[in-house]
Design a binder for this molecule. Structure first.
Ligand code: S3P
Length: 460
């Protein structure tokens, strides 16, 4: 069953008391949900968003064919495909299978118009790293949310490398304008632990003279390093003497070479089913083929630290990435403190962690997560405002939040601000809240998880 614009979804089970979409105005939709018990069964989730983006980007600048299976057909990754098609790369996408006819490191062509990166920070920032090394001009812009997110964090290191990149409105945001520059390697000490910044600089490093390296305050996701290595890049990462910091470095190479890649399931999407399995009474869910790369799997540690029953099966490696099946059962959760180096490994999961914390006994403190303010929405604000309106006692802070758990949540209207992770996190809150919850603009889940509500239906 498809989550279409005008459908009224009647769920099979009586336990799921909602009848789905109740409103449909100008493409904006409301999903109405009530509480339930007994989520049981097996699910898979779509391919990893970060890895799907990188397959298209690296495949486009590699020589030969790259074949991708389990590609995420979410709006963000489709924006990446469209951008590289505009740069002259032939890309065939049929569902979750994608074939990219790469033209090599120097095979991109000047786009005829502005490159539209939609809602996607990853597309925008990584693409800029590649475009900085091209012999043609380009303009890049996205939707209103994307165009208000900070781009100085990439403009600065790229400029240090000799790139010509500017914010057209001089506000440090997209639209961005890039003209040809002569790039040289730098050692960049990034003030933020951001895989998008790190990847942008490393990708520019493919076109720079000499070595380019990036040190982060704490390690962010390392899919770029793992995947570029598979494509044949001269890239390495090593721990800094202080222990917690990691430096990644790259040297230009002659060519990258097309690969076959099976994208693991996205742990950020699996997180909603893991949380549902922990929170909804009498549940047991097996979530299959999920990427558990240690730079992404902080959420699993947090679930366990909160008292969650989680078991990993069939641990294996797929396309250089660790993968496992995850079994989760209803558990009594308690509050914990989450701070420091683990934050970048679960940054996208904080909205759903906050929902779990609201249902847990005791206090949960989240610190060192100021990056939440510059995601698809200001997630400190969107999470705490929505939790408050559900009756939770929560205080926003400069770099996180304090959540007093254990009070019953009550159904209300959830303002997603078109942020996919807010829509999905509060859909799970709805399953354990008293009364009815309405997720406004719920269609934004399509950014990273088309079929989110259908996958839930399969568990009823
Ligand atoms: C991503 C990195 C993270 C993450 C985003 C995807 C990536 O952003 O929040 O959803 O694919 O590199 P930052 O690099 O800004 O932390």
């Amino acid at each position: 069953m498809k989550f279409t614009a005008i459908a009224i979804i009647i769920f099979r089970s009586k336990k799921w008391k909602t009848n789905g979409i109740i409103k449909n105005t100008k493409g904006k939709q409301t999903m109405e949900l009530t509480n339930l018990t007994g989520l049981r069964g097996e699910v898979t989730v779509p391919g990893d968003k970060s890895i799907s983006h990188r397959c298209v980007m690296f495949g486009s600048i590699a020589r030969g064919i790259t074949e991708v299976q389990n590609f995420l057909e979410g709006a963000d990754c489709l924006a990446t495909i469209r951008c590289f098609q505009s740069l002259g790369i032939e890309i065939e996408q049929k569902g979750s299978s994608v074939l990219i006819r790469g033209k090599g490191l120097h095979g991109l062509a000047a786009p005829s118009g502005r490159l539209d990166t939609g809602n996607s920070g990853t597309t925008t920032r990584l693409l800029c790293g590649i475009l900085a090394g091209q012999p043609f001009d380009s303009k890049i812009a996205g939707d209103n949310s994307l165009n208000s997110r900070p781009m100085k964090r990439i403009i600065e290191p790229l400029t240090q490398m000799g790139a010509n990149i500017s914010s057209i409105l001089r506000n440090g945001c997209a639209p961005l304008y890039i003209t040809p520059g002569y790039l040289h390697g730098i050692h960049y000490v990034s003030p933020v632990a951001s895989a998008q910044v790190k990847s942008c600089v490393l990708l520019a490093g493919l076109y720079a003279q000499g070595e380019t390296s990036v040190t982060e305050p704490s390690p962010s996701r390392n899919h770029t390093e793992l995947m570029l290595k598979e494509f044949g890049a001269d890239i390495n990462s090593f721990p800094e003497p202080e222990g917690t910091k990691v430096t990644a470095s790259i040297r230009p190479c002659k060519e990258l070479y097309g690969q076959k890649i099976a994208v693991p399931g996205d742990i950020s999407s699996a997180a909603y089913f893991i949380a549902a399995g922990l929170l909804v009474p009498e549940s047991e869910i097996l979530i299959k083929e999920i990427g558990i790369n240690p730079t992404r799997s902080g959420f699993l540690k947090v679930c366990r630290d909160m008292g969650g029953h989680i078991t990993l099966f069939n641990e294996r490696t797929q396309a250089g990435e660790p993968v496992a099946d995850i079994l989760v059962r209803t558990s009594r959760l308690h509050g914990i403190t989450i701070q420091g180096g683990i934050i970048p490994t679960l940054i996208d999961e904080i909205p759903i962690i906050a929902v779990m914390a609201a249902m847990a006994e005791g206090t949960t403190v989240i610190r060192n997560a100021a990056e939440l303010k510059v995601k698809e929405s200001d997630r400190i604000e969107t999470v705490t405002d929505n939790l408050k309106s559900m009756g939770c006692y929560v205080i926003p802070t400069d770099d996180g939040m304090v959540i007093q758990g254990g009070r019953p949540l009550r159904g209300t209207n959830i303002h997603t601000l078109l942020d996919h992770r807010i829509a999905m996190a509060f859909s799970i809150a709805a399953l354990v809240a008293e009364g009815t919850t309405r997720i406004l603009d719920s269609r934004c889940v399509d950014v990273s998880f088309p079929g989110f509500y259908d996958t839930f239906e399969s568990l009823l």
